[in-house]
Design a binder for this molecule. Structure first.
Ligand code: XBP
Ligand code: MG
Length: 260
């Protein structure tokens, strides 16, 4: 029986990467006097590195060895990155508060329906906890953090996606077996993390992820859809459905063999 839905955050609940996180990173770089500016196409590649701090570190390590932007931190790269990331998160919070990045189609509807039907909810994300709270309260509803039994985010586990750690954490906290859950993700890394934890996954693609390999997904959609905004099924069986609801989640879940 389907007991829980576990949601990824960035790219899944809202399209936060290109016009949210990317812009905020660039604003923080400019404020720190760094000559860095991540273009859309550069950022598409940098998304292979999960986690904002890890992404900054990866990018900085590609700079010429004599370039030492963290000079003021006397060579303490970790402190430099932490400060830059904290600044980026503040810019991100301003951007989200401006209300320019809404929840993706079907997200609020599906969450509300799940709550009405007693389906337990959780979040499993690479993003920092403060960024998750910002997104939930600005793009969903001020009380939406309370809708989720577990919000597992950021550095709470040693290894970020595509490692399965964050999903193992959620399952352990909820005392659930993987075959009682369905995951909603948007990226190959997220799918890999969930699959390695034995979880079946529905993928809603976005501009950065639509060409990735989702062969292991239970269903691949362009978005969750709404009654007046049908989804497009990219892979998988949707029967006659035109939007993803709890009935379709239950049907899909019932048909799926455990993947572990
Ligand atoms: C997406 C990420 C995050 C964001 C930036 O996580 O990889 O790092 O790009 O957020 P998910 P932070 O898809 O798992 O939600 O700066 O807070 O890391
Ligand atoms: Mg994501």
């Amino acid at each position: 029986m389907l007991q829980a839905l576990i949601f990824d955050v960035d790219g899944t609940l809202a399209d936060t990467e290109r016009d949210g996180h990317r812009i905020a990173f660039n604003q923080a770089f400019a404020a720190a006097g760094l000559p860095w500016n991540w273009t859309d196409s550069q950022y598409a590649k940098l998304l292979a590195i999960a986690g904002g701090k890890e992404r900054i570190r990866f990018y900085r390590n590609q700079e010429p060895p004599d370039f030492r932007p963290e000079g003021a931190f006397a060579g303490d790269l970790t402190a430099f990155i932490a400060q830059l990331h904290a600044s980026k998160n503040q810019y991100y919070s301003h951007l989200m508060a401006a209300g320019k990045i809404p929840a993706r189609p079907g997200v609020r509807r599906l969450l509300q329906e799940a709550r009405q039907q007693g389906i337990r909810l959780a979040i499993a994300t690479t993003s920092s906890p403060e960024n998750v709270m910002t997104l939930l309260t600005t793009a969903l509803a001020p009380d939406s953090p309370d809708w989720f039994e577990v919000i597992a985010a950021g550095d709470i586990v040693p290894a970020k996606k595509p490692a399965p750690d964050i999903y193992h954490y959620v399952l352990q906290k909820m005392q659930l077996q993987p075959d009682a859950c369905l995951v909603i993700e948007d990226s190959q890394q997220g799918l890999q993390a969930a699959t390695q934890a034995g979880l079946k996954t529905v993928v809603t693609v976005n501009g950065y992820t639509r060409d990735q390999d989702f062969a292991k997904a239970a269903l691949v959609l362009d978005h969750l859809g709404e009654p007046d905004l049908p989804f497009r099924a990219i892979a998988g069986n949707i029967d006659a459905a035109t939007y993803f609801d709890i009935a379709l989640a239950r049907t899909l879940h019932a048909k799926l063999a455990p993947c572990f």
